[in-house]
Design a binder for this molecule. Structure first.
Ligand code: ZN
Length: 236
């Protein structure tokens, strides 16, 4: 009997271990942080080699506005978002030279269309799903009323609109598509049937924003226009 228990425990541990290490997508469902916000969002983080591809859909944003999207250190959304801690920055160094560095958790800006809806896509090498000090599992994802200038420490007073915890998800409920690059990306389950996704390699947006706000905005606009291009879906 004891042997059976040990066997079952061993199988369980192997299963959990495999589940975590094999994790290739995490998800965050964002809901309003304060009563005055009606912003919602659904964001997937798909692992592709040593990068993460971040794909999000949002509703209820301020039309034609840029909204900063940040991962915060702690996955605690109580107290109207005041418990999420600082921007997630495993790379942060306390010296003057690095003050202007972008935090790994600064994902750039989401551009809302004229109806306050938005699709967002970027990729980063600075974050991992579940392994190592850069892991994002269990942390908070927050979308803000104002834009991020990409200059750390100059984020200013920027109200939180919506937030969610980044957690594991039932990937069978996500839609899966293959990009031209051969990479697989998981898209939110509530993506409209006709939603189009840029299938060319997604260039880093956040680094452009670092170089200067105007250039970053232009880049984002181009990217979002490209998102409207026809999808040749090789996925499911
Ligand atoms: Zn930051």
């Amino acid at each position: 009997m004891k042997k059976l228990h040990l066997l079952l425990l061993a199988i369980l541990l192997i299963f959990i271990g495999r589940n975590l290490s094999g994790q290739d997508v995490l998800k965050s469902d964002l809901s309003p942080i304060t009563g005055s916000s009606s912003v919602t969002g659904e964001v997937t983080f798909t692992r592709s080699g040593d990068e993460l591809i971040v794909f999000g859909v949002f509703r209820g944003l301020q039309p034609n506005m840029l909204h900063a999207l940040h991962i915060h250190e702690f996955g605690d959304l109580t107290n109207q978002g005041k418990n999420v801690g600082p921007h997630f920055a495993p790379n942060r160094v306390n010296d003057k030279e690095n003050q202007a560095q972008r935090d790994a958790g600064d994902l750039g800006n989401v551009l809302a269309d004229e109806n306050g809806n938005a699709q967002f896509v970027t990729r980063t090498k600075d974050l991992t799903l579940v392994a190592g000090p850069s892991r994002i599992a269990g942390r908070a994802l927050i979308i803000y009323a104002g834009r991020d200038l990409g200059i750390d420490g100059k984020f200013g007073d920027n109200p939180m609109l919506a937030g969610g915890i980044i957690s594991s998800t039932d990937r069978t409920k996500l839609s899966k598509r293959t990009l031209n690059t051969g990479e697989t990306i998981y898209l939110p389950s509530n993506l409209p049937e006709k939603a189009k996704v840029k299938v060319e390699p997604i260039e880093p947006v956040i680094e452009e924003i670092e170089k200067g706000l105007q250039k970053g905005v232009t880049r984002l606009e181009n990217l979002l226009q490209n998102v409207g291009e026809t999808l040749e879906s090789a996925g499911e």
